[in-house]
Design a protein around this ligand. Structure first.
Ligand code: A3P
Length: 280
């Protein structure tokens, strides 16, 4: 049976996405107050959704019985969330894994705040490998090497990391945007608050750091997908897997590493953009 189908050049699992999903996303009417998070999957999306939700709902933080979650940051291209739109209070927090060029023309003439999230692609690859095996809606791979080759050729869920990242880097400076990396996430909370127009007291900051920490999020049953038995095979992994940087070093062989570095150089070498992660 077919697990993935290519929509406008992007492979997506047929169990979760249809042509109508992408149609809905491409026709989406943004409002100037919207905040759009753009990321390639496995870059730390849920982490950022949680931080942004906490910042926007800081009054909930005082009520310890009602710990806010990112449930109000739906994935734009996922049809099943469409009926949720009406319920979302402003500013709406939206997420997409589609590449930025899907939306950039619309966003250029708007005040929509766009958060671009990027992560060391070697760690994304490893995280994505485990996620493909953990998910019931994505194909399994025989070996890490098998997945490695699919990833560098862009034949995985949401396609090429390189194209996705080039798309973001190509437009982010033309938009009302903020570019962050997974590697830098914990440092940036205060700067983000300013971007979001939120005034946060030191107590709020402490709460936000606490409720967005890996240990808190992975134990939060509203966040960790432990009850999603239709979507995930919990004998094969965890949604909150490791939450560290540099885990690729435990997976990549020297040959795979050389190969990845060459492709990275070919694809992004000319861009003259320095990220704060290390590929060594
Ligand atoms: P690993 O598989 O490397 O552990 P996404 O949300 O885009 O699917 O990204 C998932 C990745 O972010 C996973 O990476 C996950 O463990 C990590 N992650 C999620 N929440 C995190 C947090 N609070 N702190 C650090 N890493 C986090």
């Amino acid at each position: 049976t077919k697990v993935m189908e290519v929509f406008e050049g992007i492979p997506l699992p047929v169990a979760l996405f249809s042509k109508e999903n992408l149609h809905f996303a491409s026709k989406f009417q943004f409002q100037d107050t919207d905040i759009l998070l753009v990321s390639y999957p496995k870059s730390g999306t849920h982490w950022v959704q949680q931080i942004l939700s906490l910042m926007l709902n800081k009054e909930d933080l005082q009520n310890q019985n009602n710990i806010p979650t990112f449930t109000r940051a739906p994935l734009l291209e996922n049809f099943s969330f469409q009926k949720e739109w009406i319920k979302i209070p402003e500013p709406r927090l939206l997420t997409t894994h589609l590449p930025a060029n899907f939306f950039s023309n619309k966003l250029k003439n708007s005040k929509v705040r766009v958060v671009f999230l990027v992560r060391n692609p070697k760690d994304v690859l490893v995280s994505s490998y485990h996620f493909h095996n953990f998910s019931k809606f994505l194909p399994d791979f025989n070996s890490f090497d098998d997945f490695f080759h699919h990833f560098i050729e862009g034949k995985v869920c949401y396609g090429s990391w390189f194209n996705h990242t080039k798309s973001s880097l190509g437009v982010w400076h033309e938009l009302n945007s903020f570019l962050i990396t997974y590697e830098d996430l914990s440092q940036l909370s205060r700067t983000w608050a300013i971007f979001l127009g939120q005034k946060l007291e030191p107590d709020d900051m402490e709460n936000i750091l606490h409720y967005s920490s890996f240990s808190s999020m992975s134990q939060n049953d509203c966040l960790n997908y432990s009850s999603s038995i239709d979507l995930f095979d919990h004998s094969k992994g965890k949604f909150f897997r490791r939450g560290v940087t540099g885990n690729w070093k435990e997976h990549f062989s020297p040959e795979q590493n050389d190969k990845f570095n060459n492709i990275y150089q070919e694809e992004l070498g000319d861009l003259n953009f320095k990220f704060d992660w290390s590929l060594n």
